[in-house]
Design a protein around this ligand. Structure first.
Ligand code: AHR
Length: 499
């Protein structure tokens, strides 16, 4: 059997994991909002028209932050359209996704929904068709106590207390040609800085995310980040990263190596942030908000073209299979391994649109990728340990030799929990993994959770929602403080210890 080793030392740590790395994303597109979280008249809704079955699954995922309202959508959005009496809200031609936006679910409904779903907003402002004025006024509407035009308007709309939205994105993918109001790095950097100043003048407590590149393959990647930060370094806290992965080539081994690309992307952005820091002689560090990541096999999905200008058509409804769940596990491990600099990350998206949760008129179900996310968000809390992995490697075209074992250990000293997350990417062989845990006195093995399936392409559907689910693992043992466990071929594993 193949052998691998995980090496940790209680004194060698990466950093505290910020729970916001288990964030998600809800965009006004497809059936994400309408039919996903909001569907008045459906039997599964509450008095607000919110889908309660979706809320239950979002709560289960335990996602601490949800980015909203877009995405490409936000670059043409008038936030004022989405507040006040519903009957007065305009229907708009929404040009990012070529649909009709009814504005029946808007800013205040989203805030109500976040409370019910046990999460918090990461709100994006429109820097495509709009700018400083609209960004300033939405902060005034949301966060100002009262006695001003927009805060009083909020009160008139039934919200006496401010929403106190802490985290904001300064636009979305402003480097992308597809973006309404796309900009050069210099144009965007200046606008981001001036918008940030105005927003923080209204509420100095807010934190801001500047747009980084739409992906590491953008021709301007690197110089975009550098120029943008030259302009707005002092006024923002984070820079964004977006990246989607796919297995269109149907090469699972190559596909499962994609977390190496995510790792390289993160390292490059850290290097750029720190080089601007050095040039500017600043103490402050810019942290990373990986606020769009996932697998997106249908990209670019044009199947919805026939539904142009309809309301809530089926858009980007990717059905995730078991191998997608394996890569999602590895991507989560990669985010945890960057706990020192990645402070926010959002799986894109949450419901129906490239999402872990799907709904129909009859109910909601969990896609395969739901589970690794759930495990990470539930157990990946505490300190990410500097986890050294000695593992057999396999050759890939894009990333050279890649370790078959991917792992990170998270230690929560306060709650007395130690968790090993591990993916065995070997498609043919089980792997015996050992880890010396003698430094962690008093910890005993609690459970081994395993997710695997004979068929890498197996999916969960409305009629067969539990085809790919986690199960109890087998054969993990502790002998004299040393863990030994057999990780089945192509498997996602969570091994938990408790004091
Ligand atoms: O998540 C789908 C889209 O992908 C988002 O709207 C956009 O930001 C990205 O290109």
């Amino acid at each position: 059997m193949k052998q691998a080793k995980i090496i940790i030392d209680r004194h060698f740590t990466i950093g505290e994991i910020d729970r916001r790395i288990y964030g998600s994303f809800l965009e006004h597109m497809g059936r994400a909002v309408y039919g996903g979280v909001y569907q008045p008249g459906n039997p599964h809704t509450d008095e607000n028209g919110f889908r309660t079955d979706t809320i239950e699954l979002v709560k289960e995922l335990n996602t601490p932050v949800v980015r909203y309202p877009g995405g490409n959508f936000v670059s043409g959005f008038n936030w004022e359209d989405s507040v006040g009496p519903k009957e007065n809200r305009p229907r708009r031609a929404e040009t990012a996704w070529k649909v009709v936006e009814t504005n029946q679910f808007g800013l205040n409904e989203f805030m109500e929904w976040t409370k019910k779903a046990g999460t918090a907003p990461l709100m994006a402002v429109n820097l495509g068709t709009r700018g400083i004025e609209a960004a300033k006024s939405i902060v005034e509407y949301c966060n100002f106590e009262g006695g001003t035009y927009f805060s009083d308007l909020r009160k008139k709309h039934g919200y006496a207390k401010p929403h106190h939205i802490r985290m904001w994105c300064l636009g979305n993918e402003m480097d992308g040609w597809w973006q309404t109001g796309a900009k050069t790095a210099r144009e965007y950097g200046r606008l981001a800085n001036e918008t940030a100043k105005a927003m923080k003048a209204v509420d100095p407590a807010i934190e801001l995310v500047a747009c980084g590149s739409s992906g590491p393959l953008m021709p301007t990647f690197g110089s975009w980040e550098s120029t943008v930060l030259e302009h707005c370094y002092d006024s923002v806290e984070y820079i964004s990263l977006h990246s989607y992965y796919n297995n269109k080539a149907d090469n699972t081994r190559e596909f499962l190596a994609n977390n190496m690309g995510m790792d390289e992307f993160i390292n490059s952005v850290i290097a750029i942030c720190d080089s601007v820091r050095a040039k500017k002689q600043k103490k402050k560090r810019i942290n990373l908000s990986f606020d769009e990541w996932n697998i997106w096999n249908s990209f670019p999905d044009t199947s919805y073209k026939e539904d142009e200008w309809s309301v809530a058509p089926h858009q980007l409804e990717d059905v995730y299979n078991f191998e997608d769940a394996l890569l999602v596990g590895s991507l989560l491990i990669t985010l945890m391994r960057h706990a020192d600099r990645v402070k926010i990350a959002c799986m894109a998206q949450l419901v129906n649109v490239i999402a872990p949760i799907m709904t129909s008129d009859k109910g909601a179900w969990r896609q395969t990728i739901f589970y690794p996310f759930l495990h990470a968000s539930r157990y990946g809390n505490g300190t990410a340990m500097n986890t050294i992995v000695e593992s057999p490697r396999y050759e890939t075209r894009s990333f050279g030799p890649v370790p078959s074992l991917d792992s990170v250990v998270v230690w929560n000293e306060e709650s007395g929990e130690l968790t090993v997350f591990a993916v065995n990417k070997d498609l043919e062989n089980d792997m015996e993994v050992t880890c010396d845990l003698r430094q962690f006195t008093g910890y005993s093995l609690q459970e081994h959770t395993l997710m695997t399936h004979d068929d890498l392409k197996a999916v969960n559907t409305e009629n067969d929602p539990d085809r790919v689910v986690p199960a109890a693992g087998y054969g993990a043992k502790m002998t004299d403080g040393k863990l030994s466990v057999v990780l089945g071929k192509h498997s996602w594993n969570v091994i938990r210890f408790k004091k």
